[in-house]
Design a protein around this ligand. Structure first.
Ligand SMILES: [Zn+2]
Length: 350
């Protein structure tokens, strides 16, 4: 079935330049953007206009002092905000538009103008905390979008799936004490940023609404398929989200310069397919993906296009390939441990 998939992209995202030799460079998106400019792709997807997030929207998730600090970098050729995070003259502009793209993606899928959406932004967001930049991230795009969905659309249950190589510390912390967001993260561990241990499960009203699946390196498509099928799926079915948001990082690719995971283009397609099915079964298909990391230039183009094929439903992974992935996964100790932890709060088979 073909769906209306919105793709949010902008040349402004290429204007953020953290400096020569930085892995989080505009080259990550250039090839993909060229491909998306092809007539054939223009006809497959919606390419909506969108606006930068204004200060009040950013302040749904960030301290005003933090917003001012990032805004203060505008026009300056180079600023260092933390040991990993640098800015150029137009970084603040790009960061506001990145958050705005995530917000627009939410508005599009909730408003029914699109069935689902992918915000192809940079700088990434999931490491940004309430009052600080971190790990190449200035504002937490997905957290701002989730706050917007709660504040403006009154949503009570949002599932955020973070499959980036790195733990989404900023997103976890933003929603650690609420049950209005279920945060589910797979990540290499122990690794940057250091958080994301099994025992980090939320607090207060949020206890049990953070589920971390810390993993040793080397996990492949089949391992991630198993985690999504055996752990994420039963969790989502019980939580019954009104919206699914995805922090989509491609640094779990086998060959990424920052990690040692072994996910392939086919794996990204598979995982997206699982999320599309969950969204269709639970929340009218409302699914918005937001780009996070991914530093191998080839997979940025191929991986994102594979995900878009699943979102639009016109270029799905063949059923035989999906079946092969489902059957290939060996027992996975790290997932068993996460399942035991999740069972304290949820009914999980197995
Ligand atoms: Zn990452």
């Amino acid at each position: 079935m073909a769906r209306k998939t919105a793709v949010l992209h902008s040349e402004v995202f290429l204007a953020h330049d953290p400096g020569p030799g930085h892995v989080e460079s505009s080259r990550r998106l250039e090839g993909l953007y060229r491909e998306l400019a092809e007539e054939q792709q223009r006809q497959r997807f919606l390419f909506p206009e969108f606006s930068p997030a204004d200060e009040d929207t950013l302040a749904l998730n960030h301290a005003r002092s933090h917003i001012s600090r990032v805004a203060g970098t505008a026009g300056s050729p180079f600023e260092c905000l933390d040991p990993d995070t640098y800015t150029s003259a137009r970084s603040y502009e790009a960061a506001c538009l990145a958050a705005g793209a995530a917000v627009a993606a939410v508005d599009l899928v909730i408003g029914g103008l699109a069935d689902n959406a992918f915000a192809l932004v940079r700088p990434p967001g999931h490491h940004a905390e309430y009052d600080q930049t971190r790990g190449f991230c200035l504002f937490n795009n997905i957290a701002v979008a989730a706050r917007h969905a709660m504040q403006e659309h009154g949503l009570e249950r949002i599932l955020i799936v973070d499959w980036d190589l790195h733990h989404g510390n900023g997103t976890q912390h933003a929603f650690y004490d609420t049950d209005r967001v279920l945060f589910f993260s797979t990540h290499q561990y122990p690794y940057f940023p250091g958080s994301g241990a099994l025992g980090e499960t939320g607090q207060g009203a949020g206890e049990g609404y953070t589920i971390n699946v810390p993993l040793p390196g080397g996990q492949d498509d089949a391992a991630f398929a198993r985690i999504f099928n055996e752990l994420l799926t039963p969790l989502a079915e019980q939580y019954r989200p009104e919206l699914i948001l995805v922090s989509a990082g491609f640094d779990t690719y086998g060959g990424d310069p920052l990690g040692t995971m072994m996910v392939s283009e086919e794996g990204y397609a598979y995982l997206t397919g699982v999320l599309v099915e969950l969204a269709e079964g639970l929340c009218g298909g409302r699914l918005a993906m937001v780009l996070e990391g991914g530093y191998d230039l080839t997979i940025m183009e191929r991986g994102v296009l594979a995900c878009l094929g699943e979102l639009a439903g016109d270029r799905r992974l063949p059923a035989a390939n999906r079946k092969r992935l489902q059957q290939a996964a060996p027992p996975l100790r790290a997932m068993e441990q996460a399942r035991e932890m999740a069972k304290k709060y949820w009914t999980i088979p197995g």
